[in-house]
Structures are given as structure tokens and as C-alpha cells.
Design a protein around this ligand. Structure first.
Ligand SMILES: NC(=O)C1=CN([C@@H]2O[C@H](COP(=O)(O)OP(=O)(O)OC[C@H]3O[C@@H](n4cnc5c(N)ncnc54)[C@H](OP(=O)(O)O)[C@@H]3O)[C@@H](O)[C@H]2O)C=CC1
Ligand SMILES: CC(=O)N[C@@H](CCC(=O)OP(=O)(O)O)C(=O)O
Length: 343
């Protein structure tokens, strides 16, 4: 029997990306999709790319209706999933939150960065951080998964082999990252207007961005020492994609190409390119892949890792489906095999 899936916030960019991926999934059936604004409208009237794939109408969010699902995705702003998660878990429904409600283990840190009181701090400890390349076994057994942020996915995967093997000066890590505007979601905001973001390029949140503590938490847990990297995001005049340029100083000599190739050899959704390559965001557009390349400029001690993802796929909905597959004991790559969309 197909598993019943619900999506809260199905009219947003990550919500409609979940729909695009899940309509071709052979083992699941989407049974409940919510929108407060568009309740009562047909999904394919709003998203014609889904015509012929989905015969469903948006409903207003209701914990009772969502509790009939085997698994529910929250593709909602921060602070929504934390209000419903306990009710759904009590009903035996698994939960994946694409927002940040369950990502940060230190509640005080979360409340500082997200500017609100946590509604279910007791669930944060139980929640598994949904980066399969790090936590696959725990995700398989989880009822509640915190899907990672988009920038943290690109940055963490790019740095993982160096940090796991204690090869770099962790005090000097710099994560210089750039995102397309879909990373900001579908809501109307001046800074994502074509006339503002198009033909323009700028850094933002240099003084502090909420993904910095998320990256710091993961890297610090791996290294078992406090790591607080410099993290600078930029807004690129494109729609999908994140490019992270990661800088660190080697403290121990190693064959980095071999190290990365070995670390990710069994990972279906991480691609380590040949030494000296330049991964492009368009090579992962629409694909659930983190593609990376390792550089040693001048063969010195400086390491530069280039890491690209589609923020809506490996950075959000694709990673969430990968986690769903693990949680429902399905083949991990089901519905996630599409290559990137060129040009
Ligand atoms: N965009 C990206 O690249 C990434 C986004 N994320 C995170 O995923 C989440 C969703 O992002 P994104 O799809 O971009 O967001 P959008 O702003 O595009 O969509 C938000 C969705 O949530 C619904 N919603 C808003 N408020 C509520 C509420 N109070 N209760 C129930 N539903 C609500 C909206 O529909 P309606 O108002 O009609 O109910 C809409 O469908 C966010 O937390 C974001 O930070 C994570 C990684 C990457
Ligand atoms: C370009 C852009 O605006 N990106 C967003 C990415 C954040 C995001 O998606 O939030 P979570 O991953 O934490 O849910 C930002 O910088 O706020």
C-alpha cells in the first residue's frame, strides 16, 4: 500500500518542489496539501506543471487531517512545525520540517537567532538533523527530522572530510557563499524583485546570519571542539543554485582528492569532481546533488573547496525526500535520480 503524505505550505517554492518530486514517486501518495490563502483551489490550477499528475485541492492546515498521513512535510516559515509536531507524532505520523524549528539543539541560541519562544523545546533533542551523509542510521529510525538549511548543506558537505580528519586550522575557516533568489521563498519582498536583484550582486547579513550557528553546531559536533566559521552569504541574480567557496589552511599534509573521493564514494548524492574542476550551479539545477571540487592553489597549505547545490533540491525538497525515503524504509534514491538541467 502506498504511504500517505501531507505537505503543509504546498504553495511555496519548496512545497511545489516537493510536489514535483513526489508525483513520480512509486511508493507514496500525496493526500493532503495545505495553503491558507488558496484553500479550495485545485493544485494544478495554480501549478500547471502538475496538470495530469495530481488530482488534489489545497485545504487549510488542520492537525486532524494531517494526522491521517504516514508522514508530513512542513514547507512553512520558521515557527510553524513546532506548534503541530507533538500532535502529529502522537498520532503516529512522522514529521520532516524544512524550516529551522528543530535544527539547533541549544534552545537559547535558537530563540536568539529566530526571535521567538520555542513552542516545543522537549522535541528538539529527539529531532535528527537530516543530513544523510552524516546521520543516515539515525534518520532511518527517526520520527522527527530537521531538514538542514540550504547554505549549511553546501558548506557542511564541502568541509566534512577536512573536519572529520582534523586536517585544518578550524579557527580560520571561511565560507563565502552565493545564492539565487528562490532561496528567499515565494513571498513578495522588495529585495527579490527583478529590478532589485537582477543585474546586481551583493553580500548580506555579514554581521550575522542564522545559518552560521547551524553550520557551527554541526562542525563543532564532528570536531568535538568549538568551531565558528566566518560565513558570508551573497545574493546572485539567478533563480536556483548555491555556490559555496570554502577556504581553510591545512595543518596536516594529505592527499585531499583521494580523501574526498573515498569519503563520498558510497554517497549517491555527492559528486567529487576531478582535481582542479570548477563545478557550476547549472549542473545541479533540479538535481538532488552536491557537486564539489578541491583545489590547492600553488600547491600550498591553502585549501579551497568549491561546492554547489540547487537550494530547492539538495538544499531543501530533494534532501527532504531523501530523508523521507530513509524514514519509510524505501530505497534512498527513489524519485531523486534526475540529472541537472542544462543549459
Ligand atoms: N527556499 C529555499 O531555498 C529554502 C527554504 N527553506 C525553508 O523552507 C521553508 C519554506 O520555504 P519556502 O518554500 O521558500 O517558503 P515560501 O515563502 O515560498 O512558502 C511558505 C509556505 O508556507 C505557507 N504558510 C505560511 N505561513 C503559514 C502558517 N502560519 N501556517 C501554515 N502555512 C503557512 C504558505 O502558504 P499559505 O500562506 O497560503 O498558507 C506557503 O505555502 C522555510 O522555513 C525556509 O526557510 C529551507 C531550505 C531552502
Ligand atoms: C537568498 C536568501 O534569502 N536565502 C535565505 C536562505 C534561508 C533559508 O532558506 O532558510 P532556512 O534554510 O534556514 O530555512 C536567507 O538568507 O535568509
Amino acid at each position: 500500500m502506498k504511504r500517505k503524505i501531507g505537505i503543509v505550505g504546498a504553495t511555496g517554492y519548496t512545497g511545489v518542489e516537493l510536489l514535483r518530486l513526489l508525483v513520480s514517486h512509486p511508493a507514496v501518495e500525496i493526500t493532503c496539501v495545505t495553503s491558507r490563502e488558496h484553500a479550495g483551489s485545485r493544485v494544478d490550477a495554480m501549478f500547471p506543471n502538475l496538470r495530469g499528475y495530481l488530482d488534489l485541492t489545497f485545504t487549510a492546515p488542520s492537525d486532524e487531517a494531517l494526522s491521517a498521513c504516514d508522514l508530513v512535510f512542513f514547507a512553512t516559515p520558521n515557527g510553524i512545525a513546532m506548534k503541530s509536531a507533538q500532535t502529529l507524532l502522537d498520532a503516529g505520523t512522522k514529521v520532516i520540517d524544512l524550516a529551522a524549528d528543530f535544527r539547533i539543539k541549544d534552545i537559547a541560541v535558537w530563540e536568539k537567532w529566530y526571535g521567538m519562544q520555542h513552542a516545543s523545546p522537549h522535541l528538539v533533542e529527539e529531532a535528527v538533523y537530516g543530513l544523510p551523509e552524516l546521520n543516515r542510521a539515525a534518520i532511518r529510525n527517526a520520527r522527527l527530522v530537521a531538514n538542514p538549511g540550504c547554505y549549511p548543506t553546501a558548506v557542511t558537505l564541502g568541509l566534512l572530510p577536512l573536519v572529520e580528519n582534523n586536517l585544518i586550522d578550524v579557527a580560520g575557516i571561511i565560507a563565502d557563499t552565493k545564492s539565487g533568489v528562490s532561496g528567499a521563498g515565494r513571498k513578495a519582498e522588495v529585495h527579490t524583485l527583478l529590478a532589485e536583484a537582477g543585474d546586481n550582486f551583493k553580500a548580506y547579513a555579514v554581521a550575522g546570519h542564522r545559518h552560521q550557528p547551524e553550520i557551527a553546531q554541526t562542525l563543532s559536533t564532528i570536531a568535538q571542539t568549538a568551531i565558528s566559521p566566518v560565513f558570508v552569504p551573497h545574493l546572485l541574480p539567478m533563480i536556483r543554485g548555491i555556490h559555496a567557496t570554502l577556504y581553510a589552511m591545512l595543518t596536516t599534509e594529505a592527499d585531499l582528492q583521494q580523501l574526498y573521493a573515498t569519503r563520498y564514494a558510497a554517497e549517491p548524492f555527492v559528486d567529487v569532481m576531478p582535481a582542479g574542476s570548477h563545478p557550476e550551479t547549472r549542473s545541479v539545477r533540479g538535481a538532488n546533488v552536491c557537486r564539489m571540487a578541491i583545489h590547492r592553489p600553488g600547491n600550498g597549505q591553502r585549501v579551497v573547496v568549491l561546492s554547489v547545490i540547487d537550494n530547492l533540491v539538495k538544499g531543501a525538497a530533494g534532501q527532504a525526500v531523501q530523508n523521507m525515503n530513509l524514514m519509510l524504509d524505501l530505497a534512498e534514491g527513489t524519485a531523486l535520480q534526475q540529472p541537472g538541467l542544462l543549459p
